[in-house]
Write a protein that binds this ligand. Structure first.
Ligand code: UD1
Ligand code: MG
Length: 468
């Protein structure tokens, strides 16, 4: 290829129905690691190329709407959507794409074909593949597989040169024994590709226009086809069923978690952690089994996450311990906190350093200052709690009157006795004490005891009811 620095244009094929998923939504919208398959491929395409086109067909409107409304913000550049009304084969998909991309590509630009349902291809592999374009008019990514069933086979001659690709369904018994398979991923120039896809025919078992037939066309024109053969099957694995999706999910998780472990993350078991987003971590962080990390999560140094916690979009300060079965969403925890077991932090909480939240405590849209504790069976919603304050077991901030939410403000060094209801809006001053079992409907001033407990009644010689 003559041009010194040709641009690279990625075309992602994603028009197929994905029948074997047995699902109502387009295959490439199914998730891997918390994001659509197509987003994985779009992100890798963005790394390797200057521009990307995506061929869409089955439920195209739903697919585009979903990607554009929720995911496109993660990309530097929006892709160009290419509509393939009828799915007549991979060769047809590329032909339609080239027609629609004409004004965006120069003849000498490199076109890289990727698959929307092959999400684990590595950037380094694609770089190697493209570097071969300097010496070959067409380069393929192939792999040696123990179980090549279903894939197109690479046919080589006696001198080991690539001659053609035969699809599994069209292969002879002898060709089916070949273990070098076509990944589908390839690179060539726009002008070559345009020339070849215009010559494709659909005289095969599936009556489809096979993109793979461009290999034989290239050879017939005297071109040497380059094949970059990789050993890791995971990189070229496509997802066609829910089983394959789940298998590749684990592959993806283990790959990602091992990379983090290599950078110092302590994990109990690679197979029992799921990261569906981005995790940043400091030194000596440890994550026990069954944990799910979603969105953007930051764990500062020495944080411990107990078994079966779910952490979504949160920041956990250094030395904090999150005990088992705790759920934290959109919240910030300071340093040296102890949260859980079985705590639930709903969105918009800020907990300062050394705060303790214990079992069966739900906290929502609240801020809790340093050294304060809510240790048992409480609901804290729309509240501010000062420093050194202790909230007794079973305290409820009654924040909702059926129409509106109201604020509860509790000062520093306050003591809220067990079984208290704080009917918002209400303020409890610094150093105030609330007697256990109170229903507090008015503000309680600082240094004051607030008590609304009815006087105890005792009826002597009481006989318990007997069964009639
Ligand atoms: C293709 C290759 C095969 C290779 C395998 C690797 C061809 C003819 N065969 O087979 O050699 O081993 O991938 O996984 O290319 N698509 C469209 N429009 C269409 C048809 C397909 O966009 O009209 C998209 C699909 O959505 C999918 C991709 O192209 O993302 C591959 O199509 P698929 O039908 O799955 O090809 P395979 O039979 O798997
Ligand atoms: Mg396929």
């Amino acid at each position: 290829m003559k041009q010194n620095n040709p641009k690279i244009f990625s075309i992602i094929l994603a028009a197929g129905k994905g029948t074997r998923m047995n699902s109502n939504k387009p295959k490439v919208l199914h998730h891997l690691g918390g994001k659509p398959l197509l987003m994985h491929v779009l992100e890798i395409a963005e790394k390797i190329s200057q521009n990307t086109g995506v061929v869409v067909g089955h439920k195209a409107d739903l697919l585009i709407e979903s990607i554009e409304s929720q995911w496109i913000k993660n990309l530097k550049q929006a892709p160009i959507w290419i509509h393939q009304e009828q799915q007549l084969g991979t060769g047809h998909a590329v032909k339609i794409a080239l027609q629609q991309l004409k004004q965006h590509i120069e003849p000498q630009d490199i076109v890289l074909i990727l698959y929307g349902d092959v999400p684990l291809i590595r950037h380094s592999t694609l770089k190697e593949l493209i570097s071969l374009c300097h010496n070959h008019p067409l380069v393929l990514l192939s792999a040696l597989l123990e179980k090549p069933k279903g894939y197109g086979r690479i046919i080589r001659d006696k001198t080991n040169s690539v001659m053609k690709i035969v699809e599994h369904k069209d292969a002879s018994a002898e060709q089916k024994l070949i273990t070098e398979v076509n990944s589908g991923i390839l690179a060539t120039t726009y002008e070559h590709l345009e020339n070849w896809v215009n010559q494709l025919k659909n005289d095969n078992k599936q009556q489809e226009f096979y993109l793979t037939d461009i290999v034989a066309l290239c050879v017939s024109e005297g071109g040497g086809v380059g094949a970059y053969c990789i050993e890791k099957e995971e990189e070229i694995k496509g997802i066609n069923s829910q089983i394959q999706r789940a298998e590749l999910e684990r592959t993806y998780q283990v790959r990602k978690i091992k990379q983090m472990a290599d950078e110092g993350l302590g994990v109990a078991d690679f197979n029992r952690l799921d990261i569906r987003g981005n995790l940043s971590f400091g030194e000596d962080v440890f994550i026990d089994i069954g944990v799910i990390i979603e969105g953007e999560v930051v764990l500062e140094k020495n944080v411990t996450i107990g078994a079966h916690c779910i952490l979504k979009d949160c920041h956990i300060g250094a030395n904090t311990i999150i005990k088992p079965y705790t759920t934290i969403e959109q919240s910030i925890c300071g340093t040296n906190c102890i949260i859980g077991p079985y705590a639930r932090l709903r969105p918009e909480n800020t907990l300062k350093d050394n705060v303790h939240i214990g079992n069966f405590v739900e906290v929502k849209k609240s801020s809790i200052e340093k050294n304060s504790k809510v240790n048992h069976l409480s609901y804290i919603g729309d509240a501010h709690i000062g420093t050194q304050t202790n909230i007794g077991a079973g305290t409820i901030t009654c924040n909702y009157d059926g129409q509106n939410k109201h604020q509860t403000d509790i000062g520093n060094n306050a003591f809220i006795g067990s079984g208290t209801q704080l009917v918002a809006p209400v303020k409890i001053g610094d150093n105030a004490t609330i007697g256990a079992g109170s229903t507090i409907t008015h503000d309680v001033k600082e240094n004051t005891l607030g008590l609304s407990r009815p006087k105890q009644t005792e009826i002597t010689n009481w006989k318990p009811h007997t069964k009639s």
